[in-house]
Design a protein around this ligand. Structure first.
Ligand code: FES
Ligand code: FE2
Length: 376
């Protein structure tokens, strides 16, 4: 018998399942974002390869009011986010180039610009100093854009997002708009969040790992799926017959992803659902995972509301179960694969294109379709 007395509850799936069963409401929400103690270093877990370029969420749109300033930490950096009087969100590195104050704490919005709390230097959204109230001149370097690094910002699908690139190269693709979000027939977002102590690459691998469903999620079977990698786009369709109180229905899970950190999944069959998934690295071994769900109002608030809510609960429960493993695993660079595994090497190749400009160019126009049906 293994001895679990020396380990925390997260070290084995079985132990964690019993923990998860007893976690409800606020306790579950707190568990999802709690620190995981005694983690080996990112280096020891082979998670320190840097960050993939792409668009990433820094907050929800409705968490940033006009005139509001917010400190956030992503990509191992302190950032400051604010919304000007014109309603536009802006993001800069947080430290002022004057004497280094953190502008996310005590900074305030003046018009569309951000005022540093220490000596009131003002920055525009391009990171240039526009005003120093006590000085007759502004140093020439301070007048330049990117005096403090300004992040490209796009607000889309209810998120404020930034473009990350390790050398600050401009955005390589545009973000998509999901028509369901904000549409009158669809509910406001139902939001869940987690801190996952892992790299985005390992979570990305998981998207094609069909076999883990049987063991960590204990699903009875998993459906045939077809995964298409085309340039930077990932499409996956999984179909299965699903048993419901209304009898058997055709179910489908359709994922679509144009980058590494933002994507969507549409669930059809039991209760139509759009999941917008926004995963942003906080550090090399820590991710901020946001799941935002919207469903047709008629289904979510009608007699089928219970089913609609159960589907969301189930998706979140699966992430809880995965998190148990993700929080502790390492990145296995040369994994031993077997027949029945999903196309993990192909998924890794897709992810590689977000780590190097040359790989991104080389992947353009290339298409690969993979059908998976492991035997069990
Ligand atoms: S440190 Fe920001 S104005 Fe002086
Ligand atoms: Fe999973």
């Amino acid at each position: 018998m293994p001895d679990h007395t020396l380990s925390d509850a997260r070290t084995t799936p079985a132990a964690v399942w019993s923990v998860l069963e007893n976690l409800k409401g606020d306790d579950l929400a707190a568990w999802r974002v709690a620190d995981v103690p005694n983690r080996p270093s990112a280096l020891e877990r082979n998670l320190n390869e840097g960050y993939a370029f792409g668009w990433y969420a820094v907050c929800y749109s409705d968490e940033l009011a006009v005139g509001e300033v917010k400190p956030v930490r992503y990509f191992g950096k302190e950032l400051v986010v604010w919304r000007g009087d014109d309603g536009k969100a802006r993001v800069l590195n947080a430290y002022c180039r004057h004497l280094g104050a953190h502008m996310g704490y005590g900074g305030r919005v003046q018009g569309n610009d951000l005022e540093c709390p220490f000596h009131a230097w003002q920055y525009d959204g391009k990171g240039a100093v526009t005003q120093i109230p006590y000085s007759r001149t502004i140093p020439p370097q301070a007048k330049r854009a990117d005096c403090v690094h300004a992040w490209p910002v796009v607000e889309r699908n209810g998120f404020v997002t930034v473009w990350y690139h390790p050398e600050n190269a401009p955005p390589k693709w545009d973000q998509e708009t999901y028509p369901e979000v904000g549409s009158s027939g669809w509910t406001a977002y139902k939001k869940s969040e987690w801190r996952v102590f892992n790299s985005l690459r390992n979570m990305h691998d998981n998207g094609v790992d069909g076999a883990h469903f049987l063991y960590i999620h204990r699903t009875a079977d998993f459906p045939d799926s077809e995964i298409t990698f085309e340039g930077n786009v990932w499409d996956a369709v999984a179909r299965a017959k699903l048993g419901t109180p209304r009898g058997m229905v055709d179910g489908a899970i359709i994922s679509h992803n144009v980058g590494p950190g933002l994507g969507c999944v549409r669930f059809e069959g039991i209760s139509e659902t759009l999941l917008v998934s926004a995963i942003t690295p906080i550090g090399p071994d820590e991710l901020h995972v946001r799941f935002a769900f919207t469903q047709p109002v008629a289904e979510a608030e009608g007699p089928t509301g219970g089913l609609a809510r159960a589907l969301i609960r189930d998706i979140c429960k699966q992430l809880d179960q995965d998190k148990v493993v993700w929080d502790r695993m390492r990145y296995e660079e040369h994994p031993l694969m077997c027949d029945g595994d999903g196309p993990v090497p192909a998924a890794r190749e897709r992810y590689d294109q977000f780590m190097s400009d040359a790989a991104f160019e080389a992947a353009k126009g290339k298409k690969r379709v993979i059908r998976t049906k492991p035997k069990i």
